[in-house]
Design a protein around this ligand. Structure first.
Ligand code: SAH
Ligand code: SF4
Length: 398
């Protein structure tokens, strides 16, 4: 019998996580392992459609190949759910552990969060047998911590530790889908890149993750929304992407003075620059730009601010999501009054902009916007090493 399925030692590349490799990466890998090209398609299907959790589960591969890859140290390498917190409203927050011990948070919101999905009315409303949800939103992290330093955000307190790889971004989604036994196509899943981190400061891995989510997992790009604090060059690159989610811009203020105070990054790219960049995005049918606006009591929630927002957004096909600021330890802002929130919404709606108040989800478990931070620390904190080194040195298969 031919030895085709065994991995010749001489050509064994350093084994690493398979999750996150795209079809080109997998083709190169299979060829290096002395396999035929079609094996790449098979493993792609197993990783992203079937969402296998071990090399052993790649049923279409011959036993010898699975064994050979396992012996060579290959593993799927998805992040593992290390802790779960469940809110009274059904929201679940997961602490996801990466191969190098770093952790991020991912949130599952059954029934969506009321602010992200544009096309509910056209969707066939299906029932999932044996399950209490029909649709859900997963909020994904893009970095460990964040460098942007928005003054109202708890994640900012962590600083930045490192970028996540595409595999770690997609892996959060796969781990949560597996936990809830979700069948893409049957269950309606929305993704929001609104967890820890600034996706546009990790642009290459973020966009690679989007492609894997679309072509691998089968989640339509129209069901994904990426939120950015406003990284101008990345918004311009995003506008040129053939496959891209919808965009949400965290506006959060009605003029540069206020925005500089709460989002210091405004000094680098002011509101005008950001809106000009946003204007280059070719909007698809029934697509608009979402502007997020965190209301901070007495700072950006007055009628004059609402009027300034109307002026800013004139001419942009837009929607506004108002987010009542979620408090966090050590952050000295106050929440806006209910009257201020209602008044702000009314002024924008009267000005012709669809404006929604985002329901806070999972506030009791610190899963709401801006409340994500690692609740336990990896001990001891691992040194910051190159990603490939870090993931290679991780021992256990997840
Ligand atoms: N870094 C990206 C995405 C993650 S933050 C961004 O800033 O857009 C997701 C949203 O949560 C942003 O709109 C942000 O302005 C908002 N946010 C941050 N901290 C918050 C808090 N404490 N309360 C309410 N919203 C908050
Ligand atoms: Fe980073 Fe977004 Fe928090 Fe700002 S709001 S610090 S960009 S995660």
């Amino acid at each position: 019998m031919s030895q085709q399925h065994e991995i010749p030692n001489a050509v064994t590349p350093p084994a690493g996580p398979l999750f996150g490799l795209d079809i080109d990466d997998l083709t190169a890998l299979m060829l290096r392992l002395g396999q035929k090209r079609y094996r790449a398609k098979q493993i792609h299907e197993a990783l992203y459609r079937q969402r296998v959790e071990s090399v052993e589960q790649i049923a279409v591969f011959p036993v010898a190949l699975r064994q050979g890859m396992t012996d060579a140290g290959f593993r799927i390498g998805q992040p593992a759910i290390a802790q779960t917190a469940r809110s009274v409203d059904g929201t679940e927050r997961y602490l996801m552990r990466m191969a190098d011990g770093e952790t991020v948070e991912t949130v599952w919101m059954p029934d969506g969060d009321g602010g992200e999905e544009p096309d509910v009315a056209d969707e066939p409303q299906f029932e999932t047998p044996g399950s209490s949800y029909r649709r859900a939103t997963i909020c994904v992290s893009s970095q460990v911590g964040c460098a942007v330093n928005c003054q109202f955000c708890l994640t900012a307190k962590l600083g930045i530790r490192r970028n996540l790889t595409a595999g770690e971004i997609v892996g959060q989604v796969a781990a949560v889908l597996n936990r809830h036994a979700v069948a893409i196509g049957k269950n309606r899943i929305n993704l929001v890149f609104m967890g820890m981190g600034e996706p546009f400061l990790n642009y290459a891995e973020f966009i690679k993750a989007v492609r894997l989510l679309v072509t691998g997992l089968g989640i339509p790009e129209s069901r994904m929304t990426v939120s950015t604090s406003g990284i101008e060059p990345a918004i311009r690159a995003f506008a040129l992407e053939p496959i891209r989610p919808r965009l949400a811009l965290s506006l959060n203020a009605s003029n540069d003075t206020i925005r500089e105070g709460i989002m210091p990054i405004t000094r680098k790219w002011n509101i005008r620059k950001l809106l000009d960049a946003v204007g280059t995005i070719p909007l698809r049918t029934r697509e608009w730009i979402t502007f997020e606006y965190v209301l901070l009591g007495g700072i950006n929630d007055l009628p004059e601010h609402a009027r300034e927002v109307l002026d800013l957004l004139a001419g942009i096909r837009s929607k506004v999501n108002l987010i009542v600021w979620n408090p966090g330890p050590g952050i000295a802002y106050t929440q806006p009054s209910a009257e201020a929130v209602a008044r702000f919404q009314k002024l924008l709606v009267h000005g012709g902009i669809p404006t929604y108040i985002r329901r806070p989800r999972g506030r009791d478990i610190y899963a709401a916007c801006g409340q994500l931070k690692r609740t336990i620390d990896p001990a001891p904190a691992p040194p910051l090493v190159a990603l490939s080194e870090a993931s290679r040195s991780a021992a256990p298969a997840l």
